[in-house]
Ligand binder design. Structure first.
Ligand SMILES: [Zn+2]
Length: 272
């Protein structure tokens, strides 16, 4: 894999993040769509996002209108294979290596693609604030099915819960649907005590998720941001690296953990 190179100035900024994690860590990471675009997954919620190119499904419309549910399931049948076949990239792999080496504790993510876990991050140390596309949930009885073992039926049909007949939806947080309180509170509690908050690939536009890094900043954490666009937290951050996630995080992991055993983590990906 061809590796994007960092300018000297950006390398210095990444070195400052490495120093903070080395001196004060373990820290935590907060990630968004920008870490997954290098895996070929368009920004789920952004204006050009795969799922939102047409009108995104609003939760209240989903509940109220069978036609909305039919379109939702047709889109999911067509688009889920893109997510299911996506591979973690250098950014996900670097964060997993930093976790394994003890420099990062929990990753809080807004992504629903499961790529942190595919890269080797322990599932119990990944908080998916917006849920996961890799499971199907019954809105009535709360039962969950792994997506790979769930057959949504032929196009044009709306699957129902085989246990209670309730409405089924992918286990993600739709527009207008609340973030599960338990997850948000756990993420905020971790943010309050973390010594280092590493924000990656998000412009921090979506609340309440964006409250998590903000809570860390207000609680005195060292805040580092790796993103290719400005964020509202830049002014409060100690380090802002205007770069894509893959190159910056790979260098960060190299500084703290050393070069990866296999180039671009191909073996690691295959073994998951
Ligand atoms: Zn049910």
């Amino acid at each position: 894999m061809e590796r994007e190179t960092l300018t000297v100035e950006r390398r210095r900024l990444v070195e400052a993040i490495a120093d903070a994690l080395y001196q004060r860590g373990p820290g935590m990471a907060f990630t968004g769509a920008g870490i997954s675009t290098e895996s070929g997954i368009p920004d789920y919620r952004g204006p050009n996002g795969l799922w939102s190119r047409e009108n995104p499904t609003r939760f209240r419309d989903f509940l109220a209108d069978p036609e909305v549910r039919r379109r939702y399931w047709d889109r999911r049948r067509e688009r889920y294979p893109v997510l299911a076949s996506a591979r973690p990239n250098a950014g996900h792999i670097a964060l997993a290596r930093l976790q394994a080496a003890g420099y990062l504790d929990t990753i809080v993510t807004q992504n629903i693609d499961g790529l942190h876990q595919k890269a080797g991050s322990p599932p119990e140390r990944v908080i998916e604030l917006h849920g996961t596309a890799h499971a199907i949930r019954c809105l009535a009885c709360e039962l969950l099915w792994p997506a790979e073992r769930f057959d949504p039926g032929p196009p044009g049909t709306i699957p129902a819960c085989p246990v209670c007949g309730g409405l089924l939806k992918e286990a993600t947080v739709a527009f207008g649907e609340p973030v599960p309180r338990r997850l948000l509170e756990r993420a905020l509690a971790l943010a309050e005590t973390t010594p280092v908050m590493l924000v990656v690939g998000t412009s921090l536009a979506v609340v309440p998720a964006a409250h998590v890094p903000r809570r860390a900043a207000r609680s005195g954490a060292f805040v580092a941001i790796v993103n290719d666009e400005p964020t509202p937290l830049d002014r409060e951050a100690h380090v802002v690296v205007r770069a894509r996630a893959g190159a910056a995080l790979t260098y960060l992991a190299e500084l703290l953990v050393g070069a990866p055993a296999e180039p671009a983590g191909e073996e690691r990906e295959r073994s998951v």
